[in-house]
Ligand binder design. Structure first.
Ligand code: SF4
Length: 345
């Protein structure tokens, strides 16, 4: 049997073409987009103003969704829920909902596994599966919004995978998430995180007109150490990253954020902190310090609260904006990629 084609992931132009091919009135394209991206239907029966002949005319080849909901696990403090989905080819993928005050942020995955292979990250340990489609990326948000019953306010592309290594699908998902005919989310509320693939950063900023927030996983200000932690640094070293970020800084309409996973005895020295200041200050970048979230298979340790305070203090005293992120959902294995690793997929 031929591979099915999925409605989730089509943009308005593609839906309009589909309507024209079937000689439906043009407004059907917008109606279908609304049912997909605002009401998040899982079956045509839910789409009240769509005639029953429409799905019949499409035939069995056209399927609404590509993902099946598998399970959701709540953290003890009920502030993060990890969702596990199954793809049509039997792979598991995960997303996290983080609820804090009036914010509901979904952390989406963009790949099944990750080729970057950061040594402290569970996603880089398992076998790389494949890139997710744009539909599979936006479906994570649709499923979570539907299950949770409340609108998602923010999206971060910080789950499993390197978004800029799955560039076209990421760009298309961003389009659907922001479009008025799509999810209608403001670009201010969307963040794409990268390990530092510099040519793709330039392209991403150009294509998104600098509106979508950019977050760079720094993790060390020392070239040698960063290569050990984030192997992509060998190809795109810190000097290249710094040059690229300075180049795009003027076009970016949002602040750059550096993510810094603080690992006990590895990248937590004052010297490292001063290196972060040197990189962050000219860019007026904000730094998110994330105390390392322990993963069973790995030897790294969480830094003490005193170490975190000292490290953040060096940044603060030098005028760098810094936030210390609590490791939300430690009890639900919210370290990226871990649940999938646990299930052996
Ligand atoms: S930290 Fe991000 S880029 Fe690095 S291996 Fe994990 S998912 Fe990939």
């Amino acid at each position: 049997m031929k591979e099915p084609t999925f409605l989730y992931g089509l943009d308005l132009e593609e839906l309009t073409r589909l309507a024209a091919e079937h000689q439906w009135p043009a407004y059907r394209a917008r109606q279908i987009a609304q049912w997909l991206y605002r009401k998040h239907i899982a079956s045509w029966d839910e789409a009240k103003n769509i005639p029953a002949e429409l799905p019949k005319a499409l035939g069995p080849q056209w399927v609404l969704r590509a993902l099946e909901f598998e399970e959701a696990s709540d953290s003890a403090q009920h502030e993060s829920v990890k969702f596990l989905f199954k793809t049509r080819d039997g792979m598991l993928l995960e997303s996290v909902l983080i609820a804090q005050r009036d914010r509901r942020t979904v952390c989406v995955s963009t790949q099944l596994g990750c080729k970057i292979g950061c040594i402290f990250c569970a996603s880089g340990k398992g076998k790389f599966g494949r890139n997710l489609t744009a539909g599979e990326i936006v479906e994570q948000v649709a499923w979570i919004e539907k299950k949770n019953g409340q609108p998602v306010t923010n999206i971060v592309f910080m789950g499993v995978g390197e978004p800029l290594d799955n560039f076209e699908a990421t760009m298309k998902a961003l389009k659907i998430l922001q479009a008025p005919w799509g999810f209608g989310l403001s670009s201010r509320r969307i963040t794409v995180s990268t390990s530092g693939i510099t040519p793709k950063i330039v392209e991403f900023v150009r294509r998104s007109e600098g509106r979508v927030r950019l977050s760079v996983s720094l993790h060390s200000s020392d070239d040698k150490r960063r290569t050990e932690l984030v192997p992509v640094n060998k190809k795109y070293p810190l000097a290249d990253l710094e040059r690229t970020l300075r180049q795009i800084h003027m076009t970016l309409k949002r602040d750059i954020t550096f993510e810094y996973t603080l690992i006990d005895g590895v990248n937590d020295s004052d010297e490292e902190a001063r290196g972060v200041v040197r990189l962050a200050r000219p860019l007026q970048a904000k730094v998110n310090v994330i105390p390392y979230n322990p993963i069973r298979e790995m030897k790294f340790r969480t830094p003490s609260p005193q170490t975190v305070e000292r490290f953040a203090g060096v940044l603060e005293k030098s005028g760098v904006r810094v936030t210390v992120r609590r490791t939300a959902g430690q009890d639900i294995n919210a370290a990226c990629g871990q649940l999938r690793l646990d299930r052996g997929k």
